[in-house]
Ligand binder design. Sequence first.
Ligand SMILES: *[C@@H]1O[C@H](CO)[C@@H](O)[C@H](O)[C@H]1NC(C)=O
Ligand SMILES: *[C@@H]1O[C@H](CO)[C@@H](O)[C@H](O)[C@H]1NC(C)=O
Ligand SMILES: *[C@@H]1O[C@H](CO)[C@@H](O)[C@H](O)[C@H]1NC(C)=O
Ligand SMILES: *[C@@H]1O[C@H](CO)[C@@H](O)[C@H](O)[C@H]1NC(C)=O
Ligand SMILES: *[C@@H]1O[C@H](CO)[C@@H](O)[C@H](O)[C@H]1NC(C)=O
Ligand SMILES: *[C@@H]1O[C@H](CO)[C@@H](O)[C@H](O)[C@H]1NC(C)=O
Ligand SMILES: *[C@@H]1O[C@H](CO)[C@@H](O)[C@H](O)[C@H]1NC(C)=O
Ligand SMILES: *[C@@H]1O[C@H](CO)[C@@H](O)[C@H](O)[C@H]1NC(C)=O
Ligand SMILES: *[C@@H]1O[C@H](CO)[C@@H](O)[C@H](O)[C@H]1NC(C)=O
Ligand SMILES: *[C@@H]1O[C@H](CO)[C@@H](O)[C@H](O)[C@H]1NC(C)=O
Ligand SMILES: *[C@@H]1O[C@H](CO)[C@@H](O)[C@H](O)[C@H]1NC(C)=O
Ligand SMILES: *[C@@H]1O[C@H](CO)[C@@H](O)[C@H](O)[C@H]1NC(C)=O
Length: 526
Amino acid sequence: MPRFMMWCTHFITLVVPIVSAIEVTIPLTAPLGAAPLKGNLVSLSIEQDRWNEWAGTTEPNTFFNNVLDNFIQITNTPPFVRIGADSEDHTDFSHDVEYEEDIFPPSSTITPYPEATNITVGQGFYDIISHLPNGTQVHWGLNLREYNLTAAYLETVALMNAFSSPAVLEKHIDLKFIEVGNEADLYHKHKSRNGSWNVQEYVSEWEEFAYNVSITANLSKLSCTKLIGAAFAGSSHNNLSGFSPQAIFNLGILESPAGQLIETISQHHYSGSFCTGSGAALQDLMTKSYIRGNLSAFIPDIEATLVNGLKYILGETNSISCHGAPNVSNTAGAALWLLDYTLYATQVGISRLHFHEGIGYKYNLIQPVTLNYSILDGSPIAPLAPHVQPAYYAAIIVAEAIGSSGTTQAVEISIDENNVSGYAFFEHGSLSRAVFINTVAYFSGAGARNSTHIDFSFTGLGYPPNNTSVKTLKIGYASDTSNLTWGGQTYETSDGRVDGSLTVDVLPISSGVDLQETEAILVTFS
Ligand SMILES: *[C@@H]1O[C@H](CO)[C@@H](O)[C@H](O)[C@H]1NC(C)=O
Ligand SMILES: *[C@@H]1O[C@H](CO)[C@@H](O)[C@H](O)[C@H]1NC(C)=O
Ligand SMILES: *[C@@H]1O[C@H](CO)[C@@H](O)[C@H](O)[C@H]1NC(C)=O
Ligand SMILES: *[C@@H]1O[C@H](CO)[C@@H](O)[C@H](O)[C@H]1NC(C)=O
Ligand SMILES: *[C@@H]1O[C@H](CO)[C@@H](O)[C@H](O)[C@H]1NC(C)=O
Ligand SMILES: *[C@@H]1O[C@H](CO)[C@@H](O)[C@H](O)[C@H]1NC(C)=O
Ligand SMILES: *[C@@H]1O[C@H](CO)[C@@H](O)[C@H](O)[C@H]1NC(C)=O
Ligand SMILES: *[C@@H]1O[C@H](CO)[C@@H](O)[C@H](O)[C@H]1NC(C)=O
Ligand SMILES: *[C@@H]1O[C@H](CO)[C@@H](O)[C@H](O)[C@H]1NC(C)=O
Ligand SMILES: *[C@@H]1O[C@H](CO)[C@@H](O)[C@H](O)[C@H]1NC(C)=O
Ligand SMILES: *[C@@H]1O[C@H](CO)[C@@H](O)[C@H](O)[C@H]1NC(C)=O
Ligand SMILES: *[C@@H]1O[C@H](CO)[C@@H](O)[C@H](O)[C@H]1NC(C)=O
């Protein structure tokens, strides 16, 4: 008898997944104030110590170009590329260097691919921007932390030389932003400034350096190139103390000669830290309420920025700081995090997100060169060719949800469930698509995979759709690091181009759709 009981229990847990059902209400026309979405909503931030490998020196990096071009094929817009980050504040310029010379600390278990401590660049370092796709917009960082005006000046001259070269002009590659200093709120912590470092000192140093940069680069209100404001690692979210957009506005930065050239405020954000090697939980990263908590904290900063007529971006962001957490940032679950994080960000007024990337970082969307040791713990591995990581699929889904009309707006669909989020997309003001994400992390051994059934109802003016066409991001387990498919196709190819035949499910609107745990779908209405 006991044996029979055990067999019976086992049998039941294996075959009965729970199906919960919800009904969502979607407006047929864009509600007032629906967020406008640009094709480059998902953009990149690149650690510049190994920029030469991303771009390629004597010839362009074909893999990187292909995976950027995939976005142009979908949205007609290349990702915006920020180059710099922590490395921008370790960079000197020398006429004796052709591209880039680095001094690296040793690789370790926590940081298999460390950042260079010293970086010296030459003119070629900037010139290889010509290797990027036609139409690429660029945001480049200069050194403030070393308080060496000569370095900032020589870098500016080289930058302007590069962006006025025929090769760059022909491809319409524009320098849209110069950033003076990265995460200056941490300069005291990083032992580059003494204990009296504060936001007042920052504003005065920034105004001095940015003034020199703006004269050297001949910037004006009419020029294509503008300045980035803030680029802080954190925010006090108020104008009283600490570093925040509010605090620098309060100190009059926008009225200073260089400050008048600030067009966009940039903030950096990670949802946790791996700097000391303490892990993170994948389900925490994916949790809907945490994603909303991490982003809505910036609402006061965003409001203060928009009131001044400026744009607000996350100029550097990704899952977990210090290059990501192993088995979290590099997984399929992190792709669902990126999708929900990006789309929710649009709802609080963030106009673009630059996902941070470095060679061999765990949280990359793209690994653009062959890797010889593990991104997880630094152990030697068989050469691993350039490839995309799971998060890349999320960027593709965002691109497809936005499309190429140039008119896309989005609203979050109200869903009273802890683990399902949804967004509706409008083109020319009319409903066209929706994305739904189930953020339960489904792991091997968890038993039957539950799913949520979604039925639709529509409000507002217009004809309700008759059919849905459903494209699915298929994931084995949340912890998978490869083998995802998007509409049956893969981007895990040697050239970074999509492969396989497209599969979508066409269903009458009345049948609704099913969404499994650890899954995302793009629903196109017709
Ligand atoms: C200042 O920067 C220049 C150019 O990058 C470099 O040659 C020089 O050594 C730097 N000075 C100091 C004191 O680091
Ligand atoms: C690296 O940079 C630091 C500070 O900028 C400087 O003191 C040091 O001499 C440099 N090291 C080398 C090997 O160039
Ligand atoms: C900018 O700084 C450089 C290096 O110190 C200096 O040669 C140049 O004259 C400065 N430009 C302006 C406009 O102050
Ligand atoms: C880049 O695109 C523009 C139009 O956006 C086109 O006029 C130009 O010929 C293109 N240049 C190259 C090098 O493809
Ligand atoms: C801290 O550095 C500033 C210059 O950045 C200097 O004016 C000030 O005297 C220093 N304060 C202390 C306590 O050393
Ligand atoms: C500086 O910019 C202005 C307008 O943006 C332009 O008319 C002028 O030719 C530029 N000067 C130089 C030296 O590039
Ligand atoms: C500082 O922030 C408070 C609260 O948001 C606001 O009422 C006040 O006007 C701000 N002061 C300035 C000078 O911006
Ligand atoms: C941000 O997300 C992390 C998990 O990724 C969570 O631990 C943290 O509590 C969240 N913060 C807020 C303010 O929601
Ligand atoms: C990450 O996952 C791999 C494969 O499952 C495992 O061998 C490794 O111990 C995990 N690393 C950490 C830090 O959890
Ligand atoms: C499926 O849902 C049931 C009921 O909520 C829950 O007990 C079970 O853990 C879920 N299974 C998985 C794999 O999430
Ligand atoms: C739905 O079908 C009806 C009847 O065939 C048609 O008149 C209507 O235009 C269709 N709606 C859409 C959004 O295509
Ligand atoms: C990915 O899928 C292929 C083919 O289905 C299979 O051979 C391979 O083992 C899978 N890899 C992983 C990491 O699951």
